[in-house]
Design a protein around this ligand. Sequence first.
Ligand code: PMP
Length: 285
Amino acid sequence: MSRTVYVNEEYLPEEDAKISIFDRGFLFADGVYEVTSVLDGKLIDFDGHAKRLARSLNELDMQEPCTEEELLEIHRQLIARNDLNEGLIYLQVTRGAADRDFVYPSADTKPTLVLFTQAKQIAISAAADSGIKVISIPDERWGRRDIKTVQLLYPSMGKMMAKAAGADDAWMVEDGFVTEGTSNNAYIVTHDGTIVTRHLSTEILHGITRAAVLNMANEAQMKLEERPFTIKEAQHAAEAFITSASSFVMPIVSIDGAAVGTGAPGPIAKRLREIYLEESRKAAL
Ligand code: PMP
């Protein structure tokens, strides 16, 4: 069934939606994005995604296409028009269309704003029940990973490397330490029950789910440490997991072929998934 999508102030059937071939998102990956999950027809962590979008735009001297209130209204319209109960909303802003030039076009160039829905079962997940396998790969992305740009070719290559190795995803490693997953933040749980995840910097994306999960873990009086860890430490940890807007909290059961903990999803990852789903459903907009 054809979806209703949003392109530059218009709601259109997906087959009628058009973007210029001169769009800088297409020519230079000069664009940023957000993915927000929808549960029970409501938005999870909308505020966090809107704030991070504003930050990404600001870091790239890109104009905001509209206000946060307008963005919320567009998300809600798309949920209503597509009768979306569970899934994702993808949003992309680019610097707009201009004659091809590495130099940014004038500041009055209108940014391109595109949003579309993807219906998907995300809360109940076979992968979350069984846990997933990851491999390690070198982190060969650019240095401003805190900006959520649409340059996703390397993460895409990483997922293909994982697939070729019979795994589900890849953790990226730089200078001996794990940075993050191809599209998620990475965590381990030590044998004394401490949740460990890399500290925020320009080296990783500041996950909205990461922020929410760390808050909830803190409130549940779980022990937390924000520091880098190695693949070896992760392979010998009690548990490992990832977080992202579309996977929530997803347990990892093997890293480069070595079983983590018992080789089954661990109790802390399972508990965090439950808490996150419960709390974020309550706070959904
Ligand atoms: N790191 C990377 C590289 C990502 O692409 C994502 C998902 N977009 C995340 C972390 C998780 O971020 P969030 O929890 O905001 O989805």
